[in-house]
Ligand binder design. Sequence first.
Ligand code: SAH
Length: 349
Amino acid sequence: MLENKALISQLEKTQTLSKQEFTELIAHHTEEDAQFLFERARVARERVFGKSVYLRGLIEISNYCANDCYYCGIRRSNETADRYRLTEEDILACCEEGYQLGFRTFVMQGGEDAHFTDEVMVQIIRNIKSHFPDCAITLSLGERTKERYQKLFDAGADRYLLRHETANAQHYAQLHPAWMSHARRIQCLWDLKEIGYQVGTGFMVGSPYQTPELLAEDLLFIKELQPQMVGIGPFVPHHATPFANETGGTVEQTLFMLGLLRLMMPQLLLPSTTALGTIDKTGREKGLLAGANVVMPNLSPVSVRKKYDLYDNKICTGDESAQCVNCLGVRIASTGYKIDVNRGDAPGW
Ligand code: SAH
């Protein structure tokens, strides 16, 4: 077995490692190994993206959800959740505000809310595209059939985010009720790719029952899927879920996984997530310095932000969108990177 720095160099060169090698590296590394990884990850990201950080405006369209993920604060069984959904007018107003602030990608994310039928979504997508033809639309609305994803794509949606959550079916079953299917979720990702979406997947770092070996499986699944984006952030417990008393993920482990992802797939769009900024005041800056190249400021109306409550203590729930953008601009500048106001499609797209 190679020592850690040699493994990292090998990953940089060959863009993969064996499951055993990934597992070892994740389980046993020093702070010095991590710094070496981040340095190589920055070189890899700058080779593809220069100093650019892409912006995505996140619009949280609904917190109604049919699913019951044990970790998530908007799961259907959480009766204390204060439910809301945005109207088409609300969503367009968010886009208008976002456009003025320089956003060229809008991400509509929500729980699995039956209100947002294909017909409703098609109309919203068409409307956004006609008002903002130079913008990309990303959807993150959970699992649908391939036919339904196709309708949204045909209406003009460009990208779809659906984290696989864990590549391992047994682990999936520990994080979700029995009626939620790992196979179905994975199938959704292949369907989205086949249709022609730019696809984002991802997982939480430090979710209950996760081990270094399971994280290695996540990396290898991502290598196989070849998505354009990967969203990862620490698991953060939510007080009104079955995982209220579980331990959250750490900054260190999340950064390390970001670095590995960057070296494994240098062209990835890799957000430095709000969850990372929640567990560490400068978590998002650290994420950018570990290989991330995307930030997703919140564009939702301030009146609903606290209600899109996936985990406790979520940041940026009290600020106007303009404040969020200014604050992030300062944070990004402090890393030596800079906001890129282009659409920020995947390389070659
Ligand atoms: N309904 C959509 C959007 C889910 S919310 C879907 O199914 O894809 C977006 C992501 O938030 C989830 O994929 C999950 O990985 C993450 N998330 C949920 N609860 C969380 C928690 N307690 N801590 C950290 N991340 C969480």
